[in-house]
Structure formats: C-alpha cells, structure tokens
Write a protein that binds this ligand. Structure first.
Ligand SMILES: Cc1ncc(COP(=O)(O)O)c(C=O)c1O
Length: 459
C-alpha cells in the first residue's frame, strides 16, 4: 500500500518517551506532571448531567451544515455573537482543518507562533499546508516579535494563527499587538485565526491584555474540551467575523457533530462554572508550589527555566520518577525550559515538592548566568545593539532591578529575562561607557572585544 506524503515518515520515540515506556513496563510509579486531560485529573463533574445526552429529541436526524439551530443559538448567546456567525465542529482541531481547506491550496502557508501547541504541524500537513513560525519572546511577559511575522509573510501565506492565551506560555496578546496584527493581516490579505480555548482560565492577566479577539479575528475558536473540561463530548465552535457561506460546502460534506451532544448543550454549558472554578483553584494551588516560573496570565501550564532541559527532564524521570516536558516539545526557540501541567492533582505536585525539583533546577546557577550572557551575545549582532544602548542610557536609573523590565524590553526583544531579582552586567570593551549602575557592574576583560553589552541575569 502506498501512503500519501501528508503522512510523516518514521515516527521514533524521543529519549524521554522511551525512558517513560521502559519505566511503565517495569511497573515503576510515575509522578506525572504533564496530565492535561481534565477527565483524568480528579475534577468533580456535578452528577446526573450525562442524562441530558439521552434526550429523545436526538432520535430525529435533521442534518444542518453549521450545526443544530438550537445549539448555535445557545453558543451565540453565551459568547454574544451573531447567530449566523456561529459554526459548530466536532473539535477545535476539526475547525482548523475546515479553515485550512477553505483558505489554502496545497503548498500554501499558515503562520503559527513559536513556542506553541505542537499539533499545528500535523493539522497543517494533513491539509497539504506548510507551517511557518513567528516568534514569541519573553520579557517579564510574552510578546510577539513582529519582525519574524514580516519576514515569514509571502504570497503563499493564507492565515496567521494566534493562540490567546497561548499554550504553554499562558499569556494573552496585548491590545496594541492585537491591533497591529489585525492591521498586518488586512494589509496582506491573510486571515487571522484566534484560538481561545484557554480564555476562561485567567490567573493574573496584565491590565493591557486582550482577553478575546472576537470581532477582530476572522475566526475565533473555542469548545467544550477546555471551556467545560469535556474533551470527550466532541463539540467545538468557531465564530466568524463576517459571514462565510463558502464554509457551508465543507461543513455539509462532514456533518460531524452528533445530535445528542448538541441537544445536551445547555446542560453541558451549565457545568462551566463548577468545572472552571475547580480547575482554576487547582491551577493556582499548584502554581504556588513551583518555586520559579515565568510569568503566567492564564491557562494550565507553567514554564520553569532550567540549564539543560532534556538532561533535567531525563534526570527527573530516571532518578525521581517525575515526568515533565522539555521546552522543545513546544518548539521553544532556545533550550532551557521545562513545561509542567498545573492541572496535575495537588498531592502529586506536593510529593515532588520544591526541594526535589529545585535541586535539579537550580544546581547550576552560576552556569546559568554564563549561559544567558552567551545567549545574548549570540542573538544580538553588534550593529543592532549599539543604537539601542545610546537610547537606553537616557532611561536607566541607578536603582538596579527596578529598571530591569524596561531595560530588557528596550534592549532587545529576544532577551530572556527570568523572574526574580535581576542585575545588570556590563561585558566587554567598546564604545561609550554605560556606567549607570557602577556598584553592580562587572567588567570582564577576558571576554573578546564586543560592543558593550548589558545583560540581565538571575541573581
Ligand atoms: C491551543 C489549543 N487548541 C486546541 C486544542 C484542542 O482542542 P480540541 O480538543 O477542541 O480539538 C488544544 C488542546 O490542548 C490546545 O491546547
């Protein structure tokens, strides 16, 4: 049998999955900090709601391309959207596949964020669509690197995907960024897709964060999977900015959502409040256990900076049976992050408490500092650094870390700044002195002469 080229070639287990398989085969206990399936995370669903799936109304089959009118109306009311713009699908994944079918010919491209949800590669490939990445960078919060979008856009680009809040970074888009993105999409004639499956799980949004792009994005996606913690129900929806009658042919070809779940929708949505309350309480409790993590605004994940992500993940699993995900699972641009699911049951989280995890994470602090500086040097060609430094000189104040976030944002967009106290390190020889923090300055003359560089490092 010949297979299509849409199917990936040989699928090989990575070292972490291989070790996990081996441990499971030997019957060893695993402290799994990666569970993101709410139905297996000890969430209590109010009793009796499954009865709604046995409603006799579901005995009648009345095919409707965009879903049953009663179910569409319910979603329209819930999300304050026009009825005609609500389209039901079996999952968010299916919504992506319909949108890609609608917009893309084979070989067309969609831009997706990096780091983000790893399924995009497959969702696109299965539609013969290519994925291109744009970058998110961390600076006491995550931001879009618009240069990378501009660079990736070309005549084959048909859509930009935004995940808001993003998985696994847990950040919302900023208002200004959303406008810039929408404007960019309009100028280039590409669609904007906003995946908002985690939007209800707000932990600590920034005042400047935009919680939904409904009305701004061409397609806004959500579903029961996360909004009500019921992925097995297979009901999701997209809300379009304007009517898209061409979608009807695609939707009508599949007619994929089952009648019982659509009839039961009001009863399922009634679970939103109790389920979301439990998940949010869980997420907050677990987050308090994570000693050091990057800022989280929403969602179910925390990101922990480490020195060597794969090595740390392997050691945690090998020596303590603790399962975490290394950042490369989510396409982080640089190595040095672990991802843990905050949906994990708290007793599991507290067993592998601060000490166990911290020993692994912070053993190499000194090296972490050097590693960061090295990273900064690698990412910042001198020509781009120098004018920015002149600009910075005017803005930096003498009190060390107060200025750190501003400094980092201005200095360059890809500089990774870790939470906690930061201090300023001045490296190398070069043009004008930046002596604003003399008491904290380190002048390492052994470094090769580079343009003067300011880096923020964990202290
Ligand atoms: C960003 C994002 N979108 C979509 C999904 C999948 O949603 P669904 O189950 O509706 O396909 C996930 C699942 O984790 C996700 O993280």
């Amino acid at each position: 049998m010949k297979l299509s080229t849409r199917i990936p070639g040989e699928l090989r287990l990575n070292a972490i999955s291989a070790l996990l398989e081996e441990k499971r085969r030997r019957g060893e206990p695993i402290l799994d900090l990666t569970i993101s399936n709410p139905t297996q995370a000890g969430i209590e669903y109010p009793g009796g709601f499954l009865g709604a799936l046995a409603n006799d109304r579901a005995l009648l089959y009345e095919p409707a391309a965009f879903g049953m009118p009663s179910a569409r109306e319910r979603i329209a009311r819930e999300y304050r959207a026009p009825y005609d713009n609500v389209i039901l699908t079996a999952s968010t994944s299916e919504a992506y596949s319909w949108i890609f079918k609608l917009l893309c010919d084979p070989g067309c491209e969609v831009l997706v964020p990096r780091p983000s949800y790893p399924l995009f590669e497959y969702l696109a490939k299965l539609e013969s669509v290519e994925v291109r990445h744009y970058s998110l960078f961390y600076d006491h919060g995550w931001y879009i690197d618009f240069h990378t979008i501009e660079r990736a856009l070309n005549y084959r680009t048909r859509a930009i995907v935004l995940v808001n809040p993003n998985n696994p970074t847990g950040h919302f888009i900023k208002r200004g960024e959303a406008e810039q993105l929408a404007d960019l999409c309009q100028r280039h004639g590409v669609a904007l897709i906003s995946d908002e499956v985690f939007a209800d799980y707000q932990i600590d949004p920034d005042f400047d964060s935009l919680l939904s792009l409904q009305g701004l994005a061409d397609f806004t996606l959500n579903g029961l999977s996360k909004a009500v913690g019921l992925p097995q129900m297979k009901l999701a929806w997209m809300i379009t900015k304007r009517l898209v009658p061409e979608l009807e042919m695609i939707a009508d070809t599949y007619l994929s959502v089952g009648a019982p779940v659509q009839v039961a929708l009001p009863s399922l949505l009634a679970l939103k409040e109790p389920v979301q309350r439990q998940i949010l309480a869980r997420v907050r409790e677990n987050l308090a256990h994570v000693a050091r993590h990057l800022r989280v605004e929403a969602g179910w994940y925390a990101i922990l900076p480490v020195l060597d992500e794969e090595e740390t993940a392997l050691r945690l699993l090998r020596e303590s049976g603790i399962l975490v995900q290394p950042g490369y699972f989510y396409d982080f641009e640089r190595s040095g992050y672990l991802v843990v699911s905050l949906l994990t049951q708290p007793d599991i989280f507290s067993v592998c408490d601060r000490d166990a995890v911290e020993t692994f994470l912070y053993r190499g602090r000194h090296k972490l500092r050097r590693h960061l500086i090295h990273d900064v040097l690698r990412h910042h060609p001198p020509a781009r650094r120098v004018p920015r430094l002149a600009h910075l000189e005017r803005r930096v104040e003498p009190q060390g870390f107060h200025t750190a976030p501003t400094l980092a944002r201005d200095f360059d967009k890809t500089l990774a700044v870790f939470s906690g106290q930061a201090r300023c390190v001045n490296v190398g020889a070069g043009p004008p002195q930046l002596n604003t923090m003399p008491q904290q300055r380190v002048n390492d003359s052994k470094n090769p002469p580079v343009n003067r560089l300011v880096a923020l490092v964990v202290d």
